[in-house]
Design a protein around this ligand. Structure first.
Ligand SMILES: [Zn+2]
Ligand SMILES: [Zn+2]
Length: 435
């Protein structure tokens, strides 16, 4: 038996309902904030990710699925979507439209990581990118949008952590300060961090290793070191977040694993995932557009892991997603009855009335068993006797009452039954035939 590739998951129909709920909620909330959906290809020139994500990041160093091509760096399955969105923004001259572009995307990403709970090699993200302004209110807007989305999904206990990593000027200065303060402890850091110390010292702050964490105890902190402009920007962010009532904590050691971030960065964690895994993370990236060959355009955004979001939502989705149940079961005995029911099913479909039928022409008994399992409201019964008398029987599965109705008018009768049901209860599950 061939199995799915390690680190990939099938999403079975039952579960797809949860995914769709998440996606549709995102489209609705993001739409209300004026964000528009963009869809980019799932693979891009490898160079795009090397230049944007950063050569010394884990993603570029060891997690990319790259297919070699002659005379170039090949093509790579996207490990994240910010770079592709920026590439598309540039390619289609969206920078020249006189407005802030507010975009969102939903789709699969690919990273060659060690698979574990909430971490797959094909995983899915919903993300937002705002391009065209460096105003701190936009940092706040995307955080507020994310916070609204989480609360509308019914997720409680999400924890927002916010920091500023400074700009092109003060971020490298901080790097030097950090290097200075860690210099005497380099030998004590983990192997990874010893390399990071040389190539990209800020990434030491990301290390989960306890020894490295201990070495970081008395280091200078970003918010104390960033330049005045960055300080003012971050003050505005803190102020506006507080005024909007978004609860957050300052996390002065938070840096993100991507090189392109400037100024505000943030992440959202949740207890259901353990403290170390973020549901969502993002920040400002004011020079990425430029570094990919575009004009100077400031931008901010975030990505949210859908698998992780669904893990965090484990219990909150109970009862919110109703299974789609057929309204009636069409039971037939004999080939002719089956054919009439088969044709009737088409009429019902035109009216969006969901029904089930037995293709294997089993006994009435087994058809009723199936009807019971499905939880249908009615069973329509048609055998040779009914055909001869041009009737069908309709059995109400709740009351157990059975009545004989004209075969010719059965569609209208079913419709009126549905209207009846709807007026009595709201229990009828979608799809309903009535608007
Ligand atoms: Zn600065
Ligand atoms: Zn380390």
């Amino acid at each position: 038996m061939i199995q799915a590739v390690r680190g990939t998951n099938d999403i079975l129909p039952q579960e797809v309902m949860r995914w769709r709920f998440l996606e549709e909620k995102a489209r609705s909330v993001f739409g209300r904030y004026g964000y528009e959906e963009i869809r980019t290809p799932i693979f891009e020139e490898t160079e795009l990710f090397i230049r944007s994500v950063g050569e010394t990041t884990d993603i570029v160093e060891k997690q990319m699925y790259t297919i070699p091509e002659e005379g170039g760096m090949g093509i790579t399955l996207r490990p994240e979507a910010t770079a592709p969105v920026v590439r598309s923004f540039l390619q289609h001259n969206l920078a020249h439209e006189d407005r802030v572009q507010k975009l969102f995307y939903i789709g699969p990403m690919f990273r060659h990581e060690r698979p574990q709970k909430g971490r797959l090699r094909q995983f899915h993200q919903i993300g937002v990118e705002v391009l065209g302004s460096g105003h701190p209110s936009l940092d706040v807007e995307v955080i507020d949008l994310l916070s609204s989305f989480l609360s509308e999904m019914g997720l409680s206990g999400a924890h927002f952590k916010v920091n500023s990593v400074g700009c092109r000027v003060c971020k490298p200065k901080y790097g030097e300060l950090l290097k200075e303060s860690l210099k005497s402890k380099v030998h004590a850091l983990c192997g990874n961090c010893q390399r990071r110390f040389e190539k990209n010292v800020l990434r030491v702050l990301d290390c989960k290793n306890e020894i490295c964490q201990a070495a970081l105890e008395n280091i200078p902190l970003l918010p104390d070191v960033i330049c005045q402009d960055c300080r003012n920007h971050f003050d505005q962010v803190e102020l506006l977040l507080a005024e909007l009532g978004v609860s957050f904590t300052l996390a002065p050691k938070l840096v993100r694993g991507l090189d392109y971030y400037t100024r505000t960065i943030f992440e959202v964690t949740h207890a259901n995932l353990g403290a170390q895994d973020a549901i969502a993370a993002g920040g400002r990236y004011d020079h990425l557009v430029e570094s990919l060959g575009g004009p100077s355009v400031c931008a901010v955004g975030f990505g949210m892991g859908m698998e992780r979001m669904l893990l965090a939502l484990q219990n909150e989705l109970e009862g919110k997603i109703l299974p789609v149940r057929p309204f009636l079961f069409l039971a037939s005995l004999g080939e002719q009855a089956f054919q009439l029911n088969f044709l009737l099913q088409k009429e019902l479909r035109k009216l969006s009335i969901l029904s089930e039928i037995d293709y294997e022409a089993k006994s009435f008994k087994s058809q009723f068993r199936r009807a019971n399992k499905l939880g249908v409201k009615y069973v329509l019964i048609r055998g040779e006797d009914e055909i001869a008398r041009k009737v069908v029987k309709l059995k109400n599965m709740v009351s157990g009452m059975e009545e004989e109705v004209s075969a010719e008018h059965v569609v209208e009768i079913i419709l009126s039954q549905i209207k009846n049901q709807l007026s009595k209860t709201n229990e009828l599950t979608p799809p309903t035939p009535l608007k």
